[in-house]
Design a protein around this ligand. Structure first.
Ligand code: UDP
Length: 345
């Protein structure tokens, strides 16, 4: 099977999606974006084209659950492969709205599979999550570790993975790579692309950037009594540019083998909330005010990747360190004080 050349990216206007689109455009792919802009802005697509210096092949404001509208996109473009990033991933939001999380994360994926099958498209890169490992042992997780999802954001991704594995078993024409992301942070070094969530950001790096910029009061650290060196939660932060490169690697290796394969994408290094706070303070040249509050429901102590499989099979290794993640996230915040609407066009 030849390597894909026309790639449809669902959630292409989002944080990971926008950086992935630039990476694919930079490497000659024809890129089609489908996004319902529920958590992102259409302005991201203008930024993608500006950064890449090339036009997207198409941009569609479509909800993946709308099969008829999605089918039109496949009619209009000879799609070779799909990178499916659209979905919801906030832990605390998922605990408050579990049914919506299943509807969006699982419903969109079944709808997409239906439409792909109807159009003879069988190559898929699926965005999964490290959160499916849940509260297990501390230390790096290989892909073989059992799933113990601790919240609906994680559980809905796990349902999708199981469904995709089942489809691949029964329909050998499907090839799926599920990528379990650890914690994507950072931004494009140009300062033109970054994380610009609608409404209140839920994740740590976005909140840090807003607190440092004076848009929010103090950072609330959720829990100082975890069983970690400094009592705060430990995560494996990975630069979004490294993640974007991993998607290009995944597409290049999609046709290596049929069936479903799963890869962790992380740095392999654990960083606590307080350590990230310090690194961010270094990057922005000021100390970030904080207070320690209760644990957040659904959170786990530690999640760190064993990412050796992706290195072994594709030669993919993250190259950007924590300082670069903080520096780039801070640059995006400075260039875009209120996100894409007020930043450099
Ligand atoms: N966190 C925090 N304050 C915040 C947001 C997050 O202390 O305002 C902590 C959270 O408890 C976890 C880590 O930061 O230990 C990463 O959380 P994030 O939401 O960024 O990603 P998650 O790992 O939950 O997907």
């Amino acid at each position: 099977m030849p390597a894909p050349s026309t790639v449809l990216v669902t959630g292409g206007a989002g944080f990971i999606g926008s950086h992935t689109c630039v990476e694919l455009l930079d490497h000659g792919y024809e890129v089609i974006v489908v996004d319902n802009y529920s958590t992102s802005s259409p302005l991201a697509c203008l930024r993608i084209q500006r950064v890449a210096g090339r036009a997207l092949g198409g941009v569609y404001a479509v909800d993946l659950r709308d099969r008829r509208a999605l089918s039109t996109v496949f009619h209009e473009h000879p799609v070779d492969a799909v990178v499916h990033l659209a979905g919801k991933r906030s832990v605390d939001e998922s605990v408050r709205a579990p049914i919506e999380y299943y509807d969006v994360n699982v419903g969109a994926t079944t709808s997409l599979l239906n439409v792909m099958q109807g159009h003879g498209v069988h190559q898929l890169v699926f965005c999964s999550s490290c959160s499916i490992y849940g509260e297990a042992h501390n230390g790096p997780h290989p892909e073989s570790d059992p799933a113990r999802p601790a919240n609906p954001a994680a559980a809905s991704k796990w349902v999708c993975e199981q469904m995709l594995a089942d489809v691949c078993r029964i329909r050998p024409e499907f090839t799926v790579l599920a990528l379990r992301y650890f914690n994507p942070v950072g931004a494009h070094p140009s300062g033109l692309l970054g994380e610009d969530p609608r409404g209140e950001p839920a994740n740590l790096m976005s909140r840090l950037a807003r607190v440092a910029a004076g848009r929010h009061g103090r950072l609330r650290i959720f829990g100082g009594d975890y069983d970690t060196a400094d009592g705060t939660g430990v995560r494996d932060y990975i630069h979004v540019m490294d993640l974007a490169e991993a998607h290009r690697s995944a597409l290049a290796h999609l046709a290596d083998r049929t069936g479903m394969r799963v890869f962790n994408l992380g740095s392999g290094t654990g960083t606590s909330v307080l350590e990230l706070l310090d690194a961010f303070g270094e990057a922005c040249g000021r100390s970030v005010p904080y207070e320690v509050v209760d644990r957040r429901p659904g959170d786990v102590t530690e999640l760190v990747a064993d990412a050796s499989a992706a290195a072994r099979e594709w030669g993919w290794r993250p190259t950007r360190d924590l300082a670069a993640m903080c520096r780039d996230a801070w640059r995006f915040q400075q260039f875009n004080p209120s996100g894409y609407t007020t930043g450099t066009p």
